[in-house]
Design a protein around this ligand. Structure first.
Ligand code: NAD
Ligand code: LMR
Length: 332
């Protein structure tokens, strides 16, 4: 029997991530090849014509799984009945800007959209915030939508996770699909800590620790970390636009694993409401290693944290605490 369609909201759908993301969702990349979807696309009035153009292209693409498209500039219409909300709408960082610079523009959007989601989304709607500052926008959304369970509100650090897998795969000249269990700790910003201490590579003679295979701690503790931390800025410099296809693909990975589960023995990185695990600050959205089962994420517990890592976990946690204060000062 055919499944009931799932309603997926994409805000900022006329933007460049939106343009890469909506065809992926309509093809089943996010929710599975047997899962029909109805796309809800929201943008602001100046982008209404472009949004309608995206809708026309979705119709023209004749995606078999796509059972309907709502394209609107009305936030209530956009949020009504949605089961998954991917929040991409906002102002992207331009060359030379830090994420803090886009804070005041974006947190007020997330405050107002929190109300609409809380009142009109389907019960148990899963929310993924992509727009920067992603962790703090997600926190604001959570704070102003108190009836949505905190565990349903997450932010995207899967792009950073995938970037870390990509760097290790290039360094070792192995398939990226054979590398697993890197971790992104903390903020989706240049303070994030990409950690390979528990990462492994599948080799013909079994699973081996990344550190043993790379045999270059100076690279792993230096250039590897800064490359992943600065990758967003490097893409902006090269494209004069921020990452889009990789961000859209990571958003699909994030929701797919959350809804359908992570493979046995594998974890992924997600920005989730911190309970203080690993002595991260509680009450911010912090990226942790998580496993997912039956539509719920769980923070992987008990991983050893050495002194080098401890400092980096604390540094990015400190930045998130400061961003939280700054966000509230922008809203007052
Ligand atoms: P973009 O400017 O191309 O698109 C953003 C869209 O949002 C535009 O169409 C704009 O009209 C729309 N928008 C603005 N205010 C809105 C509102 N109130 N409601 C609905 N839509 C609104 O930007 P982009 O390149 O698609 O990037 C989107 C966001 O994602 C940016 O904040 C960017 O920094 C962020 N980003 C995050 C990650 C991540 O890994 N977390 C990666 C890449 C980009
Ligand atoms: C990215 O990581 O590519 C985005 O968050 C863009 C940025 O501002 O760095």
């Amino acid at each position: 029997m055919a499944k009931e369609p799932v309603r997926v909201l994409v805000t900022g759908a006329a933007g460049q991530i939106g343009y890469a993301l909506v065809p992926m969702i309509a093809r089943g990349v996010m929710l599975g090849a047997d899962q029909p979807v109805i796309l809800h696309m929201l943008d602001i009035p100046p982008a209404a014509e472009a949004l309608n153009g995206v809708k026309m292209e979705l119709v023209d693409a004749a995606f078999p799984l796509l059972k309907g498209v709502v394209a609107t500039t009305d936030v209530v219409e956009a949020c009504t009945g949605v089961n998954v909300a991917v929040m991409v709408g906002g102002f992207p960082r331009k060359e030379g800007m830090e994420r803090k610079d886009v804070m005041s523009k974006n947190v007020s959007i997330y405050k107002s959209q929190a109300f609409a989601l809380e009142q009109h989304a389907a019960p148990n709607c899963k929310v993924l915030v992509v727009a920067n500052p992603a962790n703090t926008n997600a926190l604001i959304l959570k704070e102003f939508a108190p009836s949505i369970p905190a565990k349903n509100i997450t932010c995207l650090t899967r792009l950073d996770h995938n970037r870390a897998l990509g760097q290790i795969s290039e360094k070792l000249n192995v398939q990226v699909s054979d590398v697993k269990n890197v971790i992104i700790w903390g903020n989706h910003s240049s303070s994030q800590y990409p950690d390979v201490n528990h990462a492994t590579v599948m080799t013909p003679s079994g699973e081996k620790p990344v550190r043993k295979l790379v045999k270059d701690d100076a690279w792993l503790n230096g250039e590897f970390i800064t490359t992943v931390q600065q990758r967003g800025a490097a893409i902006i410099k090269a494209r004069k636009l921020s990452s889009a296809l990789s961000a859209a693909s990571a958003a699909c990975d994030h929701i797919r694993d959350w809804v359908l589960g992570t493979p046995e023995g594998t974890w992924v990185s997600m920005g989730v409401y911190s309970d203080g695990s690993y002595n991260a600050p509680a009450g911010v959205i912090y990226s942790f290693p998580v496993t997912c089962k039956n539509g719920e994420w769980t923070i992987v517990q008990g991983l050893a944290i050495d002194e080098f890592s401890r400092k980096k976990l604390d540094l990015t946690g400190q930045e998130l605490t400061e961003e939280k204060e700054l966000a509230y000062s922008c809203l007052s």
